[in-house]
Every structure is written in structure tokens, then in C-alpha cells.
Design a protein around this ligand. Structure first.
Ligand code: SF4
Ligand code: SF4
Length: 55
């Protein structure tokens, strides 16, 4: 998963929904750890601005 930081409002909804704890906030950036992600798609569905894409 990749995050388009041009669109992301850093609301952290994706962090809350990720059961794998693969998403982390660092300052004003959202980082997804591909080694933890199981591609469930929950973060894509929850993002209010459609900023998360499957690679
Ligand atoms: S849910 Fe979307 S807008 Fe909110 S922090 Fe995650 S990527 Fe950014
Ligand atoms: S696809 Fe699922 S496991 Fe991967 S970052 Fe999004 S919520 Fe977490």
C-alpha cells in the first residue's frame, strides 16, 4: 500500500483500523510497513479522501 501525501489529511483513521499495526505516523507523514501489511484493504476503505492505493 502507498499513501498519496498530497491527498492525506493525517487524520490517523487508517492507523486506528489497521489490525497489523503496519501504519505509523511520523510528523506529517503516514508510513505503511509493507513487511507487516497483509493487504486486507481496510485502510483503503476507511480513508476519507482516498489517499491510500494498492501498489
Ligand atoms: S486515513 Fe487517509 S487521510 Fe487519514 S491519515 Fe490515513 S491516509 Fe491520511
Ligand atoms: S491493507 Fe490492511 S494490513 Fe495493510 S496497511 Fe492497510 S489496514 Fe493495515
Amino acid at each position: 500500500m502507498i499513501v498519496d501525501m498530497e491527498e492525506c489529511g493525517v487524520c490517523e483513521d487508517c492507523i486506528d483500523v489497521c489490525m497489523e499495526e503496519a501504519i505509523e505516523r511520523r510528523a506529517y507523514t503516514i508510513i505503511i510497513d509493507a513487511s507487516k501489511c497483509d493487504s486486507c484493504g481496510e485502510c483503503v476503505d476507511v480513508c476519507p479522501v482516498g489517499a491510500i492505493y494498492e501498489e
